[in-house]
Ligand binder design. Sequence first.
Ligand SMILES: [Mn+2]
Length: 292
Amino acid sequence: MEINKFKNYKNIIVIGHSTPDPDSMISSKLMADIFCDAGLDAKYGILEKDMENLEIKKVVKDCLDYKPVIIKKDEIFNYKYFLVDHNDVSQSVNDSSLVIGVLDHHPNNKSINNAIFMDVCSTAIAIYLIFKDEYQFSEIQKKQIYHATLDDSSYGNNSRYKDSDKKIIKELGFNPDFSDTFLKYFTPTNLINKEKAFITSNHKNYLFNDIKFEGSIIEALNNDLKEDYKNFIQKGEKNILGIWVNYHEKETYLFFKYNDLYFEKKYNIIASRSTIVLKDALDFLERNGLNV
Ligand SMILES: [Mn+2]
């Protein structure tokens, strides 16, 4: 990546997707570190609206003191943005003219030119692979990459975590077998206020052509409230792609409502949202004549 071409920009913010997950938090911080080291005027940030339901998981707290610049709605235009861990501007600043670059590992939404995509488990790993020859990663930064990958791989349980990623984790000095980390870091979704969690947990906005829906993921160790979640989606007003993951049984349920259409599916694996479940939801819309 040619960093020097960003030198003319002032006030660069590296930003992850809305409702940032550990990989978005960590990779925005790492990218800002690298930009600053190269003499760029860069910080990592978050939109103020995302602060409301922000959950900083233990896997982040154990490696990063997350202190992003908080950007109010009327301040969005004061910055230029480098997007990490997403490439669809509707998942963050909603204006592609403010975006100077993208580094991501999700499917290409094709809304930004010159975006860089890498088929790796976490954006943090993508950052490491791009810069390892020109930037000296510290021990704590290596730990941050490891922690981002723990979470994005569902602690080694989902299909996104490939042998090529395991090789990198080893190169960073960590055990590529994540099975012991699950109990240490996994926190089920807090369902005390369940109707709120059913929308806000791992929330994402999706926009494909003019098709718009929201997404949430409930991470659980049982199926006690799974039917409540299903009913909430199927009978609710909103268009939601809901995912219930039972980490104990290693199974995933898709519940998808779009206008008067409804689709559900069960997977006998921990299925990744971006690579498996979303694709099945979009295929379903296509089968029903929608242009996604
Ligand atoms: Mn990610």
